[in-house]
Design a protein around this ligand. Structure first.
Ligand SMILES: *Cc1c(COP(=O)(O)O)cnc(C)c1O
Length: 395
């Protein structure tokens, strides 16, 4: 059972099995270890652990067996040498930047990233002398033009939220290598079940485990996956010193989430695909954004880069904000919330929520119209979801 190299096994097997080390009790399901510290057999052993000459647990801000199982399992899924779990997705992004960058360094990031990540880069990292330039996601020439001698890190989310735009990860990784920067991919929307950025040349993968890794909306958590040196030493070193570590309870919930990841992602893709096709046929709908549709401008790239098209779609209704709000308010099944990656379908009006703080010009540049709605398709019956939207569309 104690397999160290999972590379010969398929993703679904790794998701269920990787990282587990049974205790002497022979438990079948992974154990939770709710302990803040660990005891030593002798003064000499304590000294050796603290000196780092003997491996082993000292304190749960550094290591915890349940957290380690989650880390090893996610590393096996992403194909990384090392994984560190964090208290949230934002802690994963911050730990990566704080662990690898210093004052004077420069980041190039795609513009259409998670709003809080934009604030982290602009308002907080900026204070410590790390500057960020934002570029349009799919424009490789803009990425290249934005890179300076001080650029250390390229940061990207693909597909983007809410418009499901993609970037060619392989091409961006090649640019990063040529310019001597690291490519960091926030793989929240695809998860390793649909997209494996490290195999495409990226250096580091970020996760908000809060989304599809849990998949049932229960816990907040995150992770950084990559090589032994940068992630295993540098990012981990920041984490054990500064402290946004994952709790063993949350790690256990995420472990259970990972066991059904492949199954759930296939179902999310299937459901979103069906809903996208149906939406495209509705006369009240102006346009549907979903990489699985032949009408998506990057449908071919999505087919090459991803093994599924994801659970996220957006669409524009005719009639602007009034018509869009009517659709939201007529739903009975979908949850009106900005969260995603849940078995429960969620519906959002980006222009007045996630993108509400932008100026009209910024919103127009980002392609967020007043008629745009985003749906993170869950696992309820597709027929019921269609009826839920049809009520507001035909009102
Ligand atoms: C939610 C999210 C985050 C932040 O994760 P938290 O767990 O909420 O801190 C980062 N990136 C993306 C793409 C997200 O959707």
């Amino acid at each position: 059972m104690d397999i160290e190299d999972w590379s010969e096994f398929d993703l679904d097997t790794r998701a269920v099995r990787a990282g587990q080390h049974r205790s002497a009790e022979g438990e079948h399901s992974e154990a939770i270890f709710p302990t803040s510290s660990y005891v030593f057999a002798s003064a000499a052993q304590a000294a050796a652990r603290f000196a780092g000459t003997e491996p082993g647990n000292i304190y749960s801000r550094f290591t915890n067996p349940t957290v380690r199982t989650f880390q090893d399992r996610l590393a096996a899924l992403e194909g990384g040498e090392a994984c560190v779990a964090t208290a949230s997705g934002m802690a994963a992004i911050y730990a990566t930047c704080a662990g690898l960058l210093k004052s004077g360094d420069h980041i190039v990031s795609s513009r259409s990233i998670f709003g809080t990540t934009t604030i982290l880069f602009s308002n907080y990292l900026g204070r410590f002398g790390v500057e960020t330039s934002f570029v349009p996601l799919a424009d490789l020439e803009a990425w290249e033009r934005a890179i300076r001698p001080a650029t250390r890190l390229l940061f990207v989310e693909t597909p983007s939220n809410p418009l499901t735009e993609l970037v060619d990860i392989r091409a961006l990784a090649e640019l990063a290598r040529r310019k001597g920067c690291l490519l960091v991919v926030d793989n929240c929307f695809c998860t390793p079940a649909l997209q494996q950025p490290l195999a495409l040349g990226a250096d580091i993968v970020i996760h908000s485990a809060t989304k599809y890794l849990d998949g049932q909306g229960r816990c907040v958590g995150g992770a950084v996956v990559g090589d032994r040196e940068r992630v295993g030493k540098e990012v981990y070193g920041f984490l054990r010193t500064c402290g946004p570590s994952m709790s063993p309870f949350n790690a256990w919930v995420f472990l259970k989430g990972l066991e059904t990841l492949g199954l759930r992602m296939r179902a999310h893709c299937e459901q979103a695909g069906q809903l996208a096709v149906w939406l495209e046929a509705q006369p009240e709908v102006e346009r549907v954004y979903y990489p699985g549709l032949a009408s998506h401008p990057q449908h071919a790239l999505a087919g090459r880069q991803q093994s599924g098209f994801g659970g996220l779609l957006s669409f524009e209704v005719k009639g602007g904000r009034e018509a869009a709000w009517r659709v939201v308010d007529a739903t009975r099944v979908m949850s009106i919330t900005a969260n995603l990656g849940d078995t429960k379908t969620t519906i959002t009006h980006p222009a007045t929520t996630t993108h509400g703080r932008l100026t009209d010009e910024q919103r127009a540049a980002a392609g967020i119209s007043q008629g745009l709605l985003r749906v993170a398709v869950g696992l309820e019956s597709v027929r019921d979801l269609q009826n839920d939207l049809a009520r507001g569309l035909s009102a």
